[in-house]
Design a protein. Structure first.
Length: 346
């Protein structure tokens, strides 16, 4: 058994559900790994799915370990060696406040060597698939995934850098300038961030969602909105960005898009939705010769830039910070759609 000095607090997804462990072994770095002391962990609906869905306790899931794919922390140690490690890197990163992209590719396969590391067939994702996450006092992150946080960006906003980066990538996947009808589906954090990014390029952008409370946020940013049940079915939308993460959202997008229009499908970095993201019947989109663009992830660097510049305002979506012991409560609130983004201090 490791000594108490080598233990830490961590949330663990085990067979019986999510548990808080007060003496979990600290991570052991491999060459190229940074040991990051977690200042804040961020939680969203993706993390709810990772720990078992709407019921965060006792439901079967393929992920076992420490959840949490978003975080901000301080580099405490960097293990020499590994991919992308150069001379002087230890001193360069020492005590730096950082965020990181959660996707960890192998860096060695043909896909990675071709510059497509996001699609590495053996990639791991912190807190979601094959790698320990941020709901712990320490987390291991490859040095090449680290991004320094500017002093002007506080921890609460920085923790969402990877999410915001993905939203920036989704918004950049299609041209919206000059388009008459542009719709974002989904009023979760991703949809709210994508709508902000697109509205800077086209004032006609609207968001379709289900929550009246969240429409207040949309109004704050001067973005048009409607309840999805009130949306017309004229099949006239030039561009639709589907951020719902479920098959029903994509089916709605297929009904709303015009002939020769474009649907951008924003999905998670690993498959998590149990019912699947795509419906079996793609006939409506096929009959209209619709272009479907899929987007998986952006980078934490893109997110930091968007937050620092004010391009995307994440602050109104953030809950108050809670201790690790209240993790289950935060996840349940997100699952019930009474919270958007949770903040946990391990």
């Amino acid at each position: 058994m490791p000594s108490v000095a080598h233990n830490m607090r961590a949330a663990r997804r085990a067979e019986r559900g999510l548990e808080i462990c007060m003496s979990h072994p600290k991570p052991e770095p491999k060459p190229g790994d940074a040991v990051v002391r977690v200042l804040l962990a961020g939680l969203c609906s993706v993390d709810v799915l990772a720990v078992g869905g709407v019921s965060t306790v006792g439901q079967a899931t393929s992920f076992r370990g420490t959840p949490g794919h978003m975080g901000v922390g301080v580099v405490e140690h960097l293990e020499p060696g590994g991919l992308g490690f150069g001379s002087g890197d230890t001193r360069k990163w020492e005590r730096k406040r950082v965020v990181f992209s959660p996707v960890v590719p192998c860096g060695l396969c043909d896909t990675c060597r071709a510059g497509l590391s996001w699609h590495c067939p053996t990639r791991r994702v912190l807190g979601l698939s094959g790698a320990e996450g941020t709901l712990a006092q320490q987390v291991l992150v490859p040095m090449r995934n680290l991004v320094v946080v500017p002093d002007a960006v506080d921890d609460a906003r920085a923790v969402c850098a990877s999410l915001v980066g993905s939203a920036v990538q989704a918004a950049a996947a299609v041209r919206v300038e000059g388009k008459t009808f542009v719709t974002v589906l989904g009023d979760g954090p991703m949809g709210l961030c994508v709508a902000q990014a697109l509205a800077r390029r086209n004032a006609s952008v609207r968001l379709l969602g289900r929550s009246e409370a969240r429409f207040g946020l949309v109004e704050r940013w001067g973005i048009k909105h409607r309840h999805e049940s009130e949306a017309g079915r004229r099949a006239d939308q030039d561009v639709i960005v589907d951020c719902t993460g479920n098959a029903g959202g994509f089916s709605l997008a297929c009904r709303l898009v015009r002939p020769k229009g474009t649907i951008v499908l924003k999905g998670p970095p690993v498959p998590l939705a149990k019912e699947g993201l795509l419906p079996a019947d793609l006939l409506p989109a096929s009959a209209r010769e619709v272009t479907i663009v899929t987007v998986c992830s952006g980078t934490a660097a893109q997110g930091v830039d968007a937050i620092a510049s004010g391009t995307i305002d994440i602050t109104p979506m953030l809950e108050r910070t809670v201790p690790l012991s209240q993790t289950v409560t935060v996840l349940e609130r997100i699952a019930k759609r009474t919270a958007l983004l949770g903040l946990v201090q391990p």
